[in-house]
Design a binder for this molecule. Structure first.
Ligand code: G6P
Length: 747
C-alpha cells in the first residue's frame, strides 16, 4: 500500500464514524425540537379557540365544537383534534381521529382515569405530551371559571419529522464524505508541498508578498476577511443568537460602523426644559411614540439628537450652539436644539406637517390642508435641520438618521451637502395608497426628498408597497422589485419594513412600585373599592386614536351588561396635543362632551363610568396606570405601530391584564394574542371589553406571556440593529465599488 493510502484510509474511516455519530445526535436533538414545536403549536391553537369551544360546549352545541376542530385539523401538523368530557363521553372529534383513541384511553394517558376523582381533575393544570411511534399527542385540560369541563387532545402526525431525519442523515453522510475526501486530498497535497519547501512561498503569497513582480494573494485575503464580516453582519441582521441589549447594539456600531456617532434628526426632542409656575425648571418627557422608541437607542449608542427646542426654558439650559447633554444626571448623548420662529412653527409644524401630511397619511376622516405658505416654511425648516445635522458630522461619512413626516426633504438636502453620508430615513406613520397620496400637491417633492436616503424604512410591508406604487405612478424612477429598491437619478434607495418596538426590559417598570401597590394607589385616587374593574386608555388627544369610538364602546358595554354598572370604570388619559390646531381643540370638546353624556346617563352617586384626564402625565404615572388596570383598550382608527399597546404589555410583569387592540394598528400584526377588534364595530368592541373582563387569570397569563416573549425578542435594540446592519452593508458595498473604480482609473 502506498504511503498516502496508508494515511488516507484510516482518516476516511474515522470521519465516516464521526458522521454517523453526529447524525444520531443531530436527529435526537431535532426530534426534541420538533416535538416541542408541535406542542407549542397545539397550545397556540388551543388558546385561540378556547373561548369559542367553551361557549359552544356549555351551550351543548357539539357540532359547532366539531366544526372548530375540523378547521384546526386542516393544519398539516394536526392529524386530528378530539375532546372528551370528564365522564368519558366524546364531545367532538375531527374526521381523521384514530378509532382506537377512546376517551378512556386519553384519560388514562392524562393521568385522570376516574371521573369521580375530583382532586385529580382539579390538580391537572398542565398539558400532557405522549409519544407513540410517528404519532404524538398533546392533551390539555379544558378549564373554565375554576372548573375542569374535560380535555382536548391534539394528535400530531410526526411522519414529517421522520422524513426530515432521514434527509438530515443523508446530508450528514454526504457532507462528511466530501469533507473526508477533501481533507485527505489536502493533507496529501500539503505533505508533498512541504517536502518541496513550497510552503514558505505559499505563506508569502497569502501575506501578499510580491512574487516575480505579481501582487500575491494579499487582496484576496482582504476580500475574504471583508466577506466574513459581511456574512457576520447578515447573521446579526437576521437576529443572530441571544437577546438584543443596549450593549449588543453598542458593540454592533463599534464593529460594523467603526464606532461612527449617530446623528438623529427628529422634530420632537426627548427632554423638554419647561419653566414651572413657581419659576423652577422642570424636565418633561413628551408623549410621543417616536421618542419612546428612539431615546433608548441614543442612550445605547450616544451621538446627537437634532430636534426642535420647544420648551420655555430650553434656551437657557443649552449652550450657544443649542447643545445640551442628556439624560439629566446620566449624560451620555447630546441634544442639539434648533430654534424656530413663531411663523416657522406655525407653517412647518402646525401647518404642512400636522394639517397636511398627518391627515393625508392617516385614514381618519380629517381632510388634509395644503397651503403655499406652509410649504415655504416646511422647506425652510427642513433646510435648517439639514444644516444643523451636517454641522454635527465629525467625518465625511456621517450616519444621519432622519425621522418621520416632519423632515421628508432632509435626506436629499443632507446628501447634497455630504455625498458620502449614510442617510437613513424612517417614516413612523402609515404611507397611504398611491391614489390617496396623489391628492398631495407636493407629492413629487416629498418623494424626491425621501429618495435622498440610502435606506427608507416603514412600519409594515404594506406601507413599503404603497410607497413603491406611489413612486411608480408619479415619478420617473426605476423600481427594483427584487431588491425592494428605487433607482432614482442613478442612486439607489432601499425600501424596507422595520416594525418599531420598545426597550426591553422597559426602564419605567423599574421606577414604579409592585402591581398591587400601583392598583391600591390608582383605585384609591379614583375613590374606587379594591374589587373595582378598571379599564384604561392612554393616548395623545388625537383624532386618529379613535377615543370617541372607544368611549362609545364603553357606553355600549354598559347598555348590554347592566350588571357592570357601578363596577366598571374606564380611565382615559389624554395628553393635550397640537393644541393651536382647531381640529384638535374641536376633538377635545367632542371627547369631553361624550364622556359627560355617558356619565350623566349611567353614573350614580360618586361612581362615574368614564374618568377623562386631559393632561400630560409623566411616564411613571402612566406606568402606574398600566399596572393597575384590568384591561387596556387601544382603538386607533389608523396607526403606524402604536407603542402604547407594547408599553402596556411591557408593564405587566405579573402576566395579568388584557389588551384590546385595534385591527388598524401596526401592532396588531405582531401582538396577535391581544383581543383584536374593529374599533368602528361597537358590538364587537363592547363584546371584547366584556370578554376581557370575564377572562380567567390563566388565559390572561397565557396571552400576556406569549406577547411578552415576543417583545423581549423583538425589542427596539433589534429594530435599530437591523437598520444599522443594513446600513453597514451598504457602506461596505459602496467602499468596494468605489475602490474598484479607483483601481480601474489608476490603470
Ligand atoms: C406621532 C409622530 C411623532 C410625534 C408624536 C407626537 O407619534 O409619529 O413624530 O412626535 O406623534 O406628536 P407631537 O406633534 O407632539 O410631536
Amino acid at each position: 500500500m502506498s504511503r498516502a493510502a496508508r494515511f488516507v484510509l484510516p482518516l476516511v474511516v474515522v470521519l465516516g464514524l464521526m458522521a454517523w455519530i453526529a447524525s444520531l445526535v443531530a436527529n435526537s436533538v431535532t426530534r426534541r425540537w420538533f416535538e416541542k414545536d408541535v406542542q407549542v403549536r397545539a397550545h397556540g391553537a388551543f388558546a385561540v379557540s378556547r373561548q369559542a369551544v367553551i361557549h359552544h360546549w356549555r351551550s351543548g352545541r357539539r357540532q359547532a365544537v366539531g366544526r372548530i376542530f375540523e378547521g384546526m385539523a386542516h393544519d398539516r401538523l394536526f392529524l386530528a383534534v378530539a375532546a372528551c368530557s370528564r365522564d368519558g363521553t366524546p364531545v367532538a372529534r375531527s374526521p381523521r381521529t384514530p378509532a382506537q383513541l377512546t376517551c378512556r384511553k386519553l384519560a388514562t394517558m392524562a393521568g385522570v382515569p376516574r371521573p369521580a376523582d375530583e382532586a385529580a381533575w382539579r390538580a391537572w393544570t398542565r398539558a400532557v405530551a405522549v409519544h407513540e411511534g410517528n404519532v404524538d399527542l398533546t392533551i390539555l385540560p379544558l378549564r373554565d371559571r375554576g372548573q375542569t369541563l374535560g380535555m382536548v387532545a391534539f394528535v400530531h402526525d410526526m411522519s414529517f419529522a421522520a422524513e426530515r431525519e432521514a434527509a438530515t442523515e443523508s446530508f450528514y453522510l454526504a457532507a462528511f464524505a466530501i469533507l473526508a475526501l477533501a481533507a485527505a486530498g489536502f493533507t496529501v497535497l500539503v505533505g508533498t508541498l512541504s517536502e518541496r519547501r513550497w510552503i514558505t512561498q505559499v505563506r508569502g503569497l497569502l501575506r501578499g508578498d510580491p512574487v516575480d513582480g505579481a501582487a500575491g494573494f494579499g487582496p484576496i485575503v482582504r476580500d475574504f476577511r471583508e466577506l466574513v464580516a459581511r456574512v457576520q453582519a447578515e447573521a446579526e441582521s437576521a437576529g443572530g443568537a441571544g437577546a438584543w441589549t443596549p450593549e449588543r447594539l453598542r458593540q454592533l456600531v463599534g464593529r460594523h460602523l467603526s464606532g461612527e456617532k449617530i446623528i438623529i434628526v427628529a422634530n420632537r426632542e426627548p427632554y423638554i426644559h419647561e419653566r414651572g409656575a413657581g419659576g423652577e425648571i422642570e424636565v418633561l418627557h413628551p408623549a410621543s411614540g417616536l421618542v419612546t422608541a428612539l431615546e433608548p437607542i441614543m442612550r445605547a449608542c450616544s451621538g446627537v439628537w437634532v430636534g426642535h427646542g420647544s420648551g420655555s426654558a430650553d434656551r437657557e439650559t443649552a449652550d450657544s450652539q443649542g447643545r445640551v447633554a442628556v439624560p439629566p444626571g446620566e449624560e451620555s448623548y447630546a441634544i442639539r436644539r434648533v430654534w424656530l420662529g413663531p411663523d416657522e412653527e406655525r407653517g412647518y409644524y402646525e401647518g404642512f406637517a400636522n394639517e397636511g401630511l398627518w391627515p393625508l397619511c392617516h385614514i381618519a376622516h380629517t381632510r388634509p390642508i395644503f397651503r403655499g405658505e406652509d410649504w415655504m416654511h416646511y422647506q425652510r425648516v427642513n433646510r435648517k435641520f439639514a444644516a444643523a445635522a451636517c454641522a454635527e458630522a465629525t467625518s465625511d461619512e456621517p450616519i444621519v438618521f432622519v425621522q418621520d413626516y416632519h423632515f421628508a426633504l432632509v435626506p436629499r438636502l443632507v446628501r447634497a451637502r455630504e455625498p458620502r453620508a449614510t442617510v437613513l430615513a424612517f417614516w413612523h406613520i402609515p404611507w397611504p395608497n398611491s391614489e390617496h397620496f396623489g391628492i398631495c400637491p407636493l407629492r413629487y417633492e416629498i418623494m424626491e426628498g425621501l429618495l435622498g436616503s440610502s435606506i427608507l424604512g416603514f412600519q409594515t410591508q404594506l406601507h413599503c408597497n404603497n410607497f413603491l406604487d406611489a413612486v411608480d405612478r408619479y415619478m420617473e424612477a426605476r423600481i427594483d422589485r427584487e431588491r425592494q429598491a428605487v433607482v432614482y437619478q442613478g442612486r439607489v434607495t432601499l425600501v424596507r419594513p422595520y416594525p418599531i418596538s420598545v426597550e426591553w426590559p422597559i426602564r419605567w417598570v423599574q421606577a414604579v412600585p409592585s402591581v398591587d401597590e400601583c392598583r391600591r394607589e390608582v383605585l384609591g385616587e379614583l375613590g374606587l373599592p379594591p374589587d373595582a374593574i378598571l379599564g384604561l386608555g392612554v393616548d395623545r388627544l388625537d383624532y386618529t386614536k379613535g377615543i370617541e369610538e372607544r368611549l362609545r364602546a364603553v357606553e355600549r358595554l354598559l347598555e348590554r351588561f347592566p350588571a357592570l354598572r357601578g363596577r366598571f370604570t374606564f380611565v382615559q388619559i389624554a395628553a393635550p396635543s397640537r393644541t393651536p390646531i382647531e381640529r384638535y381643540r374641536e376633538l377635545r370638546r367632542q371627547v369631553e362632551a361624550l364622556a359627560a353624556s355617558i356619565n350623566a346617563r349611567f353614573g350614580s352617586g360618586s361612581w362615574h363610568p368614564v374618568v377623562l384626564r386631559c393632561e400630560h402625565h409623566e411616564p411613571p404615572r402612566v406606568f402606574r396606570h398600566y399596572r393597575a388596570a384590568d384591561l387596556c383598550y387601544v382603538s386607533s382608527l389608523h396607526d403606524g405601530m402604536n407603542l402604547v399597546a407594547k408599553e402596556f404589555v411591557a408593564a405587566r410583569d405579573d402576566e395579568r391584564g388584557v389588551l384590546i387592540l385595534s385591527h388598524f394598528t401596526g401592532a396588531a400584526r405582531e401582538l396577535t394574542e391581544a383581543l383584536v377588534v374593529n374599533p368602528y364595530d361597537l358590538e364587537q368592541a363592547s363584546a371584547a371589553l366584556a370578554a376581557a373582563i370575564a377572562m380567567p387569570a390563566d388565559e390572561q397569563a397565557e396571552r400576556m406571556r406569549s406577547m411578552r416573549a415576543f417583545l423581549a425578542d423583538f425589542n427596539v435594540y433589534r429594530w435599530a440593529g437591523r437598520i444599522l446592519v443594513d446600513a453597514a452593508r451598504l457602506r461596505q458595498r459602496y467602499r468596494f465599488s468605489s475602490s474598484a473604480l479607483e483601481r480601474a482609473s489608476v490603470r
